[in-house]
Design a binder for this molecule. Structure first.
Ligand code: GDG
Length: 509
């Protein structure tokens, strides 16, 4: 059988993420197998991996699963095992109950526990070791997301020959918030092990650079950060010398110089496989399904849609509040408007998520109790995950798409809706706190905290003339078609392959 050791130095392109892009399933005969799983990151990287014939390192999603490396749908997958305790401390704890709320502007209070941090360090070390093992001399490793922020530095210490990229899928908070983190300096240093650190928005990259200046005092200029090189690193012939330059020492006497590595911290807004969504949307069976969905809802004049992981960052409660008030005000009537809310199950073992679910379901139940009729539901609430085909049918069935996140790195749902609407119809209501808002300028952009403003936007969407809907949607579609996921990964990997500015020194030794 294939062991990780048998793959030593095998791959010149390696992606590292917390989760592998597959779910373990058991078929009718009890045989275990894998299926490609849904989700933001998977959606984004699957096409890239296939093309590069690279390897993907990550956790399978089950406890104590020490599966051997295997191939699935043409991608080499290299599992990293997590114990039940590590899932609790590193994943549910530090990743999802410390970093997630902190990086989303403390919408929920982050919990700080030293045992969680210790587990985070230990698990990051395991991922770094695995990447160090399987990556070829001079290869490229692309580390994904907030669960693995220490991996770049850990990897660089072992393998200075590698080119290392990191992409943060979630926001990076302002320093006033970030500075709460008891391990703020360690995390910053961990990330600075990368050559290129990608963020969703320009503001995220700026927040990171500021944290670097405040905590470490390194010089930054635009998107370039000068990171001092240790003597050991400078003496290593293996060092990726192209990123090393001589820089004047701030505050020292004239002429004083030191060796620095240049690290780029910059926005690379993630996207989707737009053509694939359009292709699905054009399928007659999916269009028929969209029609069937509307019929099933009682053929209301207007269908509104929300699609989110059930997460407190997504602003589902704010959306329901605005919708409920419009029903109460008599501005909306269940006879001709229905809200479909898909809330896919997420992080169900974390207490904050259990409380959120209770809260949302209480609100939905109340609103339906108050306003639904025998023939028409106010809210069709679905706590399920669906196949992608069904998602596209929902997008086609929806006259108005509501994305009201309180904080969101990007929000791919907004882009998927746009990509699916080849009919140039439909209105996107989009929170300015989602990264997508930087790009999707002709959406109806809202501040979801402003319930009055959100209600007005919903009414504006409902009464918007066809010509305006079409004009706005065309502009949105143009953007999403041009800046698709292929463009995202290409621009990141191009930046990674291009040494940043500076006086390049001849190779040491
Ligand atoms: C993180 C960041 C950033 C959802 N329910 C179902 C389903 N989905 C798919 C959607 C979309 C993806 O999951 C969700 O992506 P989002 O971007 O909306 O949000 P997060 O999951 O929070 O993702 C986010 C993203 O990473 C990428 O960088 O944009 O800001 O938080 O693709 O369609 N897919 C299927 N069934 C479902 O029930 N098939």
């Amino acid at each position: 059988s294939t062991t990780p050791e048998s793959l030593a130095g095998e791959f010149s392109f390696v992606v590292v993420s917390n989760r592998l892009p597959v779910d373990r399933i058991t078929d009718a005969d009890g045989n275990p197998s894998f299926r490609t799983s849904p989700g933001g990151l998977v959606t984004a990287l699957e096409p890239v991996m296939r093309e590069a014939d690279g390897a993907w390192i990550g956790w399978t999603g089950s406890a104590d699963d020490e599966a051997d490396p295997f191939e699935h749908d043409g991608i080499h997958l290299i599992p990293v095992g997590l114990s039940a305790e590590e899932i609790e401390l590193y994943y549910e704890g530090f990743s999802n109950d410390t970093l997630w709320p902190l990086y989303h502007d403390v919408i929920a209070p982050p919990a700080y526990h030293r045992e969680w941090w210790e587990s985070y360090v230990q698990v990051n070390r395991r991922f770094a070791d695995r990447a160090a093992l399987v990556t070829a001399e001079g290869g490229t490793v692309w580390v994904q997301d907030y669960q693995l922020q220490l991996v770049p530095q850990m990897l660089r210490e072992q393998r200075p020959d590698l080119t290392i990229g990191f992409f943060n899928h979630i926001p990076f908070p302002a320093y006033g918030i970030y500075s709460q983190l008891p391990w703020r300096t360690q995390i910053i240093k961990g990330l600075l092990g990368a050559d290129v650190i990608g963020f969703q928005r320009t503001a995220d990259a700026g927040n990171f650079s500021r944290a670097v200046r405040r905590l470490l005092g390194h010089q930054t200029k635009g998107t370039v950060i000068d990171v001092p090189v240790t003597d050991e690193e400078a003496g290593s012939a293996k060092h990726r010398i192209s990123s090393v330059k001589v820089s004047a020492v701030k505050g020292a006497e004239a002429g004083a110089q030191k060796l620095v590595r240049t690290v780029v911290a910059k926005a690379f807004p993630i996207s989707i496989d737009a053509a694939r969504y359009e292709e699905l949307a054009r399928r007659p069976d999916i269009q028929a399904r969209a029609k069937e969905i509307r019929e099933g809802l009682g053929n209301p004049a207007v269908v509104m849609l929300g699609v989110d992981r059930l997460d407190y960052t997504k602003g589902i409660g704010h959306r329901l509040k605005a919708f409920g008030e419009l029903l109460a005000d008599g501005k909306l009537d269940v006879e001709d408007v229905t809200l479909v809310q898909v809330a896919s199950p997420s992080r169900e073992r974390v207490r904050t998520y259990q409380m959120l679910r209770d809260d949302i379901e209480l609100t939905v139940g109340r609103l339906n109790g108050d306003y639904s009729t025998i023939s028409h539901q106010a809210i069709s609430y679905l706590h399920h995950g669906y196949p992608r085909e069904e998602m596209v049918a929902l997008y086609l069935a929806a006259d108005i798409m509501l994305v009201t996140a309180l904080r969101d790195g990007m929000n791919l749902v907004a882009k998927e809706y746009v990509a699916s609407r080849f009919d140039n119809d439909g209105v996107l209501v989009l929170s300015e706190f989602a990264g997508a808002s930087d790009e999707l300028r002709t959406a109806l952009r809202v501040n979801p905290h402003d319930i009055e403003g959100l209600k007005e936007a919903i009414m504006q969407a409902k009464t918007m003339p066809k010509a305006e809907r079409s004009r706005r949607m065309r502009a949105l579609r143009k953007r999403v078609q041009e800046y698709d996921v292929a463009r995202w990964s290409t621009s990141f990997l191009t930046a990674l392959a291009t040494p940043s500015d500076g006086l390049v020194l001849p190779k040491a030794n």
